[in-house]
Design a protein around this ligand. Structure first.
Ligand code: COA
Ligand code: ZN
Length: 307
């Protein structure tokens, strides 16, 4: 199985990484962090979420954060759980929305206090909003697609059902998310092949948490299956506050290292990315950043091993 020539890394640290911390980073430090991420070459960054400030107080400054990013050379993405969030995000200037819906009933309830059908109805309203505001792009992230902290492994048919649900609304970009690291490379292969076979017109991204140590292996398999859009969080921070046992995303440093060493272009300069994470370390003393490459340091410059 081959690898793509290049991939787009969607940096989710400012959203997924910061939402699960016990303290809240001041807006100015978030903005500096995003600036450093952008300086490393990351161009697609999920910068915040427009959710209830009671549910996620760490990101209550979403509109202010977005306002301060206006001149940054990035495509900012905001996670939204409902129409209200989508409207606020668009009003703040965001043009790419990431709507979250869980494949499992229990996690959708725990995360957004809705049935999956109710969430899909919200998505339909957001899609209608898209008709009114030019150039709003809506992606859908399917949480717990590889397993749920409450319900365990879910049938692939259930994943297909909700991919179909969002596709029926005209969504063409779907991210399959492993919220608590239940996935393994074989499951990744099976789910991606099943999705492709049933819905060949969609563009698939992946979002892996490294909860059980298979995150990078899963990312490699996804790329071997042709996926070219991968979420990752600088330093390996992350986790859903509404999923018991959640831990960090795959670290962007580790993903960049994997890709570049194998000849897959990311456009990201590893040494500068490590600087962004080291900044985070200084403003979040005591917070563990599990990225292996960050700990070990980027490799000495040399040619790629392959390609
Ligand atoms: N942004 C800000 N406030 C919002 C909001 C949004 N997107 N959606 C709802 N609210 C506010 C309402 O205005 C209302 O405020 P009030 O109590 O001052 O009147 C309150 O939240 C309750 O509204 P309701 O529609 O009943 O929401 P809920 O209590 O059923 O909660 C969510 C639903 C989706 C808002 C909430 O569960 C949530 O924000 N979850 C966050 C999920 C998340 O970020 N998970 C991690 C990433 S996957
Ligand atoms: Zn996540």
């Amino acid at each position: 199985m081959g690898l793509p020539a290049s991939v787009t890394i969607v940096e989710v640290g400012p959203r997924d990484g910061l939402q699960n911390l016990s303290r809240t980073l001041p807006t100015a430090e978030k903005v500096r962090y995003i600036e450093l991420l952008a300086a490393s070459g990351l161009t697609v960054i999920e910068v915040t979420s427009f959710v209830s400030p009671k549910a996620v107080p760490q990101l209550a400054d979403a509109a202010e954060t977005v306002a301060r990013l206006r001149n940054f050379p990035i495509t900012p993405i905001a996670l939204v759980p409902n129409l209200k969030g989508a409207e606020s995000a668009v009003a703040a200037g965001v043009r790419t929305l990431n709507f979250v819906l869980s494949v499992s009933t229990s996690h959708n309830r725990s995360n957004v206090n809705r049935t999956r059908e109710e969430s899909l109805a919200e998505l339909a309203e957001i899609v209608a909003l898209r008709g009114e505001v030019l150039e709003v792009r809506v992606r859908a992230s399917l949480a717990t697609a590889f397993g749920c902290p409450f319900e365990g492994r879910l049938p692939i048919a259930e994943v297909l059902r909700w991919v179909g649900g969002v596709a029926d609304l005209g969504i063409t970009e779907v991210t399959l998310a492993d919220t608590v690291g239940f996935g393994n490379p074989e499951l990744v292969r099976q789910i991606l092949l099943a999705c492709r076979e049933r819905f060949p017109g969609l563009s698939y991204g992946v979002h892996f948490h490294d909860t059980r140590g298979l995150g990078i292996a899963n990312a490699l398999m996804a790329m071997q299956c042709g996926v070219t859009v991968l979420d990752a969080a600088a330093g390996g921070l992350g986790g859903c506050p509404f999923a018991p046992g959640a831990t960090g995303n795959i670290a962007t440093e580790d993903l960049v290292f994997l890709c570049e060493e194998m000849g897959v272009k990311t456009g990201v300069e590893l040494a500068r990315l490590c600087e962004a994470s080291r900044f985070l370390r200084t403003v979040l003393p005591g917070v563990d950043l599990p990225s292996r490459v960050l700990r070990a340091g980027p490799p000495k410059p040399r040619g790629p091993l392959v390609g």
